[in-house]
Design a protein around this ligand. Structure first.
Ligand code: SAH
Length: 352
């Protein structure tokens, strides 16, 4: 029943219809032979739109304080072993300045949900980053906020917002999060962000405990409805001081197949080859690009805090300086015949 011809036919169908059925998803994910053909077709689609360019985002993990207690996450509030830190506005601006000199035109401010930074502080930081670094884009990734707060950040100049929905299935959501968090609110936040006018990123972890192919199908359906500009996916990797410490890691191959499927369904979406993928496999990020990803998000945080933003065990690049990371990525990308772009890398809908 599983054969190459059928595999190829399904891939052609997904690409032509920019849609997938649950049966097709099951077929692709359960297909045991070499998936290379899928990766090739997806990277062809990416190249048609983005050539062989890879966009860079400078990631600044500015706080690892978090009020939430997600079962998978190493910086959850009940992990008392986490060594907590917060970066000052000056430290954040210094990171951006260094990044700007290295050629970065997008800065992603990511953190736990840390109410120490109130809306005025976030707006002030966003404004100043935009002012000091002409032509740059600012992405926020600071979790669930009110419509009002999202609007304030947007008016202060924030261009994009990353908020992975984690899973679109309510029951599955509840197996990953305490009852203080809800799937409905997460989805509502994403709708608010879209409505305000951000370039919006959603996404999932691949291989979280209790995840089924059916859940992944629901994730794709949710994405089709939301029409995100970016989709961040990476394998789930356990963290030793969380309730999921003994759960198995998500599969790299499954992640790559999903990257390809997402590229076929959403031809122009911005799709990062994530740090988690690079952690799960030494050449994970290269493999991700060859499977259709077109974004890399190296860390720009100062070296003294890097090894503290540990969402999962074994995270790569926690000892390097930003400049070293860029050199390393440049080499890696060029080795597979791609090159780093020095543009802001907006979604095509936002390019003037
Ligand atoms: N507080 C922000 C940022 C969260 S960290 C927010 O709520 O959006 C960014 C992403 O890292 C999360 O959305 C989650 O998908 C991922 N992540 C967290 N723990 C992880 C783990 N153990 N393995 C892999 N990815 C993880």
């Amino acid at each position: 029943m599983y054969n190459t011809t059928e595999f190829k036919n399904i891939i052609a169908s997904i690409r032509n219809k920019q849609d997938i059925t649950k049966e097709q998803l099951e077929y692709i994910l359960n297909y045991k032979d070499d998936p290379d053909y899928l990766y090739q077709k997806a990277s062809e689609v990416a190249q048609r739109i983005y050539n062989k360019e890879v966009y860079l985002r400078g990631l600044i993990e500015f706080t690892n304080y978090c009020r939430n207690d997600c079962y998978y996450c190493g910086i959850r509030c009940s992990n008392f072993y986490a060594d907590r830190y917060r970066m000052s506005k000056e430290d954040i601006l210094a990171c951006c300045k260094k990044g700007y000199e290295l050629g970065f035109r997008t800065f992603v401010l990511q953190g736990g949900e840390d109410n120490y930074y109130n809306d005025d502080m976030i707006c002030d930081i966003v404004r100043q980053i935009k002012q000091e670094n002409p032509g740059c884009a600012v992405t926020l990734s600071i979790g669930e906020k009110s419509h009002e707060s999202y609007l304030e950040y947007f008016n202060a100049g924030a261009d994009r917002y990353l908020l992975r929905h984690e899973t679109a299935n309510k029951e599955h959501y509840e197996k990953l999060h305490p009852h203080t968090l809800s799937c409905d609110n997460r989805k509502k936040c994403l709708k608010d962000l879209k409505e305000i006018g951000y370039q919006v990123g959603c996404g999932i972890m691949v291989g979280t405990p209790h995840q089924t192919v059916e859940n992944i199908y629901e994730d794709i359906c949710f994405m089709k409805e939301l029409k995100p500009h970016m989709i961040g996916i990476g394998p789930f990797i356990p963290h030793k001081d969380t309730p999921f410490a003994n759960e198995p890691m998500g599969s790299v191959e499954l992640t790559l197949k999903l990257l390809s499927i997402l590229r076929l369904i959403f031809p122009d979406v911005l799709l990062p080859a994530t740090t988690a993928l690079g952690t799960a496999d030494v050449s994970g990020r290269e493999k991700g690009i060859l499977a259709g990803a077109n974004v890399l998000m190296p860390n720009l945080s100062p070296v003294d805090v890097r090894d503290k933003y540990l969402l999962y065990d074994g995270k790569i690049c926690t000892g390097e300086e930003s400049a070293e990371c860029v050199e390393c990525l440049k080499r890696r990308v060029e080795n597979i015949g791609y090159h780093l772009s020095n543009s802001r890398g907006d979604h095509p809908d936002f390019c003037k």
